[in-house]
Design a protein around this ligand. Structure first.
Ligand SMILES: [Zn+2]
Ligand SMILES: [Zn+2]
Ligand SMILES: [Zn+2]
Length: 324
């Protein structure tokens, strides 16, 4: 049998049982599944895989696996809903809390390479897990435990909302297999599966992270010109120390997205100035999920900066003239 990570192998995957979260599986552990070998291409790696289909319980819609078991193992997610198996949360939330880097490969070739690489790692480690669960981030883990949805949430298995009903013209009436209701706020109907998988631009995750940030006093200020954060209670440190700490905590922020860092040693404070608002928000969300940032072994608190006070116009500066 060829090794799974044989680079020349035309990838495909056959499996005996899907990797599913409790919710997707449904309340009956003896649920009957139909199995189609190489029934479909994995929505992440595009390789044909064994597709399972089942009814998760009364009133539920039929569910099927969307990604292959390899891709599911790589991220530690359910093959159907793509939520993290341990916490029942989007990958983006988990990775923000654990300060884990998530890079979506940009092209299909990179994608294949990425998957094959991780597949090889999994075989070498022997436990079938590439997904590094040993990240030592106690605060992040604590936050995840608090947010975790470990009880099955069977409402998620309900039929989708009827799109004709939403447009006001479903002719199927009571026979319609879809739900005739107006979506609740925050209920995202269609979501890009690869965004959810790689943990980038996931609207559900974004909402959760926003709430976490708010609960930690890091509500993004209304004034969008504010693009700076403050670190309070810093130990003696250099700018390089702060940069390293930030990179470890929020690896998705690139070094060039931090315009400048100024440390006021006398007050144990650092000003982090970001190049744009989005980066500042992302940093705030990541750092709030981890309850601050550890610099040289000491945890610093994070708060939003303020708008620059309007400087009184110095005489002689050429402000555009407005005729009264
Ligand atoms: Zn796959
Ligand atoms: Zn699931
Ligand atoms: Zn309908």
């Amino acid at each position: 049998m060829p090794a799974k990570h044989d680079i020349n192998k035309v990838g495909s995957e056959s499996s005996d049982f899907p990797i599913l979260c409790e919710t997707c599986l449904g309340p009956n552990p003896y649920v009957r599944m139909t199995k189609r070998e190489f029934g479909q291409e994995c929505k992440i790696c595009n390789r044909p895989f064994t597709v399972f289909r089942w009814n998760p319980g009364e009133g539920g819609r039929f569910k099927k696996t969307e990604i292959c078991t390899t891709c599911a193992k790589i991220k530690g997610v359910c093959q159907t809903c793509l939520l993290d198996l341990e916490y029942g949360l989007p990958v983006q939330v988990r990775d923000a809390a654990l300060g884990r880097k998530n890079q979506a490969p940009s092209s299909d070739i990179n994608k294949q390479y990425y998957i094959q690489n991780l597949e090889a790692q999994m075989e070498e480690s022997g436990d079938g897990q590439a997904y590094d669960s040993q990240v030592a981030n106690a605060a992040g883990r604590e936050m995840l435990k608090n947010l975790a949805r470990t009880d099955p949430h069977y409402k998620r298995n309900r039929p989708h909302i009827c799109s004709f009903f939403l447009k006001g013209d479903c002719k199927r009436g009571a026979e319609c297999p879809f739900r005739h209701e107006t979506p609740k706020e925050g209920e995202t109907s269609k979501q890009n599966i690869s965004d959810r998988y790689y943990g980038t631009n996931d609207p559900v995750a974004k909402n959760i992270l926003k709430k976490v940030a708010e609960s930690k006093g890091l509500k993004a200020p209304e004034d969008k010109t504010i693009t700076n954060l403050l670190l309070l209670g810093l130990p003696t440190c250099t700018e390089a120390d702060v940069r390293t700490a930030l990179n470890d905590a929020v690896p998705s922020i690139k070094p060039n997205q931090i315009r400048s860092i100024s440390i006021v040693a006398a007050n144990n404070v650092a000003f982090l100035n970001f190049t744009d608002r989005q980066s500042a928000e992302r940093a705030a969300e990541g750092l709030s999920a981890q309850d601050g940032v550890e610099v040289n072994g000491k945890k610093a608190k994070v708060v939003w900066g303020r708008a620059r006070p309007n400087k009184p116009k110095a005489a002689g500066t050429a402000a555009p003239a407005v005729s009264a």
